[in-house]
Structure formats: structure tokens, C-alpha cells
Design a protein around this ligand. Structure first.
Ligand code: AMP
Length: 416
């Protein structure tokens, strides 16, 4: 494994996997270019070092090539952000001539890798009633043709850089398989490095006390993280819809609140394990409940163990915020994943807003704060606190798997 800072790119062609999976509106305008901007430092570094770029990405989940998933819609924006012309290869498997003609400082963007089933290595177009044998044969066929697909991409370049943290949890052609073609010339880009460093500050070498703030909808989707983190953290603050499964598990009444009955046992196991390990589980005494899942619904603050029939838990109560503040103020490392209530509804965003503010205050006092995973990123952006925490992860699923302790294929392929 090489390092992007010390690698000599002079006269080399670098194939760089980025995550340009940006949202487009109906007219193919980019509505949020965060992911493109996140890869620019890596791309600029290679160009400044005398290299040429072959940039590759996926966009959306196409079943076949389709206009709305074409990366041609983002060429102008990449060009603007890079400050140099960007050529486009309309077929990622037929870019030999364009790649061969690249001179130092040139940039070539390949069309969506997922226009080919070989990128993901999953068969497409199988009949719904396909037999197990047919499915197996189709899978074997795509795995076989994936080799040639990967080799073609590799043939364009002299070195490989992976800067797509958002897809690092996928063992796809461009995120992992291609690395083996560059045993001495493969490296992480700056975004990958920053993501790994930030998450390692929580899971590998954290400064204690460490607090994990886990909200969001379901215990079932957070169980892997809780199990991995319970040996590493000092406190776990539980918020959001997850609270009610814990309430029911402890004999409370949850009314119409979100509750996963099949996770009651899991919730009890988590509580027992936390007790055994000396991890403090932090729940508020009270919650804000509503009589409907609606921003305009009637609401009141009640004891979380005694939610009246017909009411549902929607947000954290002010008394919980005071409790969180004490815990966060006494932490040196804080991880936050998942909103503390139904933050999409302004009347029930108070808890999530308060948590964002507490993290911003802690960061200002020197605490390392990491926010990541889908909705927590949306929440911190929506509330305007993104630049007031230490790090906001760009990789939803990838970050969650890393937090679960899984070695991500995209990271492993570069390191081994
Ligand atoms: P997750 O993807 O697991 O982080 O869950 C995020 C979702 O959890 C958001 O859409 C929130 O609206 C939702 N959520 C948070 N608190 C609650 C709650 N008390 N009841 C229902 N949904 C909630």
C-alpha cells in the first residue's frame, strides 16, 4: 500500500474510484454536490503531481443504461470544481483510446460503472420464477465476466486510488477487485483516509470517556453497532424510536409508539451486557408523545414508562436534554448516529436539535465528535451544525458496517 502524499504521480495515469452518486432533479441538475466536492482534494493532488486522471463512479441503481443515471450530467460540475476540462467516456468498457491518449493534467470521467452488471457482480434480468439452478448459473456467469470487466478498467491506468468511502462496504469490481491489478501502486484518497482516521478515533483508539448516542427508528438496525461498541464505550445514550422497545422490555406501556416486539429479548440482553461491562445506559425519564404521527398532532410530556393508550413517543423531553448534557459534557469522544426523534417534523425536532447543539458545544471545548449514518447527517445539515462538529461521515452504510467492526472490502483490498 502506498500513500497519496508521497506517491510519485509524474507521467502516471491514475484510475480513481470516487463516489459521485449525487442526487439529480427531473432536469438532471445536481441538487447536492457534497460528494463531488469531497473527492476534489484527491483529484487535484494527482493532477498537481503530474498525473492524468481516469475517474470512475456509480450513480444510482440502474438495471440497464438509462439517461437518468448517466454521469454525463455531472461533467460540467466536476469541470467547474476541478478547474480543468473533463473528457467523458460514454462506455466505461470502451475507453481504451481515450485513456491511452491522456497526457499529464488530463481528466477522463467514465460512464456509470453500474450500467454493467459486472460492476456489482450480481446477475440481472433473471425471470422471477427462475429455479435455484438457473440463479446459480447466472451468478457464476456474471462472476466470470466480472474478471474481464475489472481487467479492462485496470488496463487504462498505472495506479489505483480508492476515494469512495460511501461504497467501501461493497466488494465490487471498482471498489475492491481492481486493487489486485496494482499490488505496488494502490492507495487511499484523502477522503478515505479522513473517514478511516475519524472512525478509528472512536472504535480503535478513543480518548475516554466515550459516549455513543444512538437514535433513529429501530433497535434491529443498530444491534450490530451496540454489540461492537459496548466493549469500547463508557456511556450509551438511547434516543428516537428505539426507546420504546427498551421501555416495553422493562415492563412499561408504549401506547401506539414504534416498538419492535421481536427485539424485546435483544433489548434485555443489551441492558444486561451494559450492566456487566459497567457501561452507563442513558434514557430520559420523560418523552414527548403525540396523538397522531403528524406535525400538527396534539402533544404532551409524559413518563416514558407510562404512555397513555392512543399516544405515541415522538421526541425527547426537555428533562432528557439536561441529562444528556451532563453525559456529553463529561465525554472526550462522542459518536452520534440516528436522530433523537421524528426530526423531519419541526414540532418534534427539539431533541435532535438539542443533541446537535450539545455536540457543537462539546466540540468547541475539545471533545472529538463524530456524526454519521444516513439520517443523522441529514439532521445535522438541516440544523446547520455540520461545521461545528469534528467530523461528519459521508458514508452511511459503510460507516455503520465499520462501526459494527466489519472489515470493509474497499479498505481491505488496499491494505492487503
Ligand atoms: P434510522 O435510519 O434508524 O437512523 O432512523 C431514522 C428515522 O427514525 C427518522 O426518519 C426519524 O423520523 C425516525 N424516528 C426517530 N424517532 C422516532 C420515533 N420516536 N418514532 C418513530 N420514528 C422515529
Amino acid at each position: 500500500m502506498k500513500n497519496i502524499d508521497t506517491y510519485d504521480f509524474t507521467g502516471k495515469k491514475a484510475i480513481v474510484r470516487v463516489d459521485f452518486n449525487v442526487p439529480l432533479d427531473a432536469d438532471f441538475n445536481i441538487t447536492d454536490d457534497t460528494r463531488i466536492r469531497a473527492a476534489i482534494p484527491t483529484l487535484k493532488k494527482i493532477l498537481a503531481g503530474g498525473g492524468a486522471l481516469i475517474v470512475m463512479s456509480h450513480l444510482g441503481k440502474p438495471k440497464d443504461p438509462a439517461e437518468k443515471f448517466s454521469l454525463k450530467h455531472i461533467v460540467a460540475r466536476v469541470q467547474e470544481l476541478l478547474g480543468v476540462p473533463v473528457q467523458f467516456a460514454p462506455d466505461c468498457q470502451k475507453a481504451d483510446e481515450q485513456a491511452a491518449a491522456l497526457k499529464p493534467g488530463d481528466v477522463l470521467l467514465l460512464e456509470n460503472l453500474r450500467f454493467y452488471a459486472e460492476e456489482e457482480g450480481k446477475p440481472r434480468g433473471l425471470a422471477e420464477d427462475a429455479s435455484e439452478e438457473e440463479k446459480k448459473a447466472a451468478k457464476a456467469a456474471v462472476k466470470e465476466s466480472q474478471k474481464a470487466f475489472t481487467a479492462k478498467l485496470a488496463s487504462y491506468a498505472d495506479c489505483y486510488v480508492n476515494d469512495a468511502f460511501g461504497t467501501a462496504h461493497r466488494a465490487h469490481a471498482s471498489t475492491s477487485l481492481i486493487a489486485k491489478y496494482f499490488p505496488k501502486d494502490k492507495m487511499f484518497g484523502y477522503l478515505m483516509e479522513a473517514e478511516i482516521t475519524a472512525i478509528d478515533k472512536v472504535v480503535k483508539n478513543p480518548v475516554h470517556p466515550v459516549t455513543a448516542v444512538l437514535g433513529g427508528a429501530k433497535v434491529s438496525s443498530k444491534i450490530g453497532i451496540i454489540e461492537n461498541l459496548i466493549d469500547k464505550v463508557d456511556n450509551i445514550i438511547i434516543g428516537g424510536g428505539m426507546v420504546y422497545t427498551f421501555v416495553k422490555a422493562q415492563g412499561g406501556k408504549v401506547g401506539k409508539s414504534l416498538c419492535e416486539d421481536d427485539q424485546i429479548e435483544t433489548a434485555l440482553n443489551i441492558l444486561a451486557k451494559a450492566k456487566e461491562k459497567g457501561v452507563k445506559m442513558v434514557f430520559g425519564e420523560e418523552v414527548v408523545v403525540a396523538d397522531a404521527f403528524d406535525n400538527e398532532a396534539k402533544s404532551q410530556v409524559v413518563n416514558k414508562m407510562d404512555i397513555p393508550d392512543g399516544w405515541m413517543g415522538m421526541d425527547a423531553a426537555p428533562s432528557s436534554v439536561a441529562l444528556w448534557k451532563e453525559v456529553i459534557d463529561n465525554s472526550k469522544t462522542v459518536l452520534w448516529n440516528g436522530p433523537m426523534g421524528v426530526f423531519e417534523m419541526s414540532n418534534f425536532a427539539t431533541g435532535t436539535n438539542a443533541m446537535a447543539r450539545l455536540l457543537a458545544e462539546a466540540t468547541a471545548k475539545g471533545t472529538f465528535t463524530l456524526v454519521g449514518g444516513g439520517d443523522s447527517v441529514a439532521a445535522i445539515n438541516q440544523l446547520g451544525y455540520a461545521d461545528k462538529v469534528s467530523y461528519v461521515s459521508t458514508g452511511g452504510g459503510a460507516m455503520l458496517e465499520y462501526l459494527e467492526g466489519i472489515e470493509l472490502p474497499g479498505i481491505k483490498a488496499i491494505r492487503e
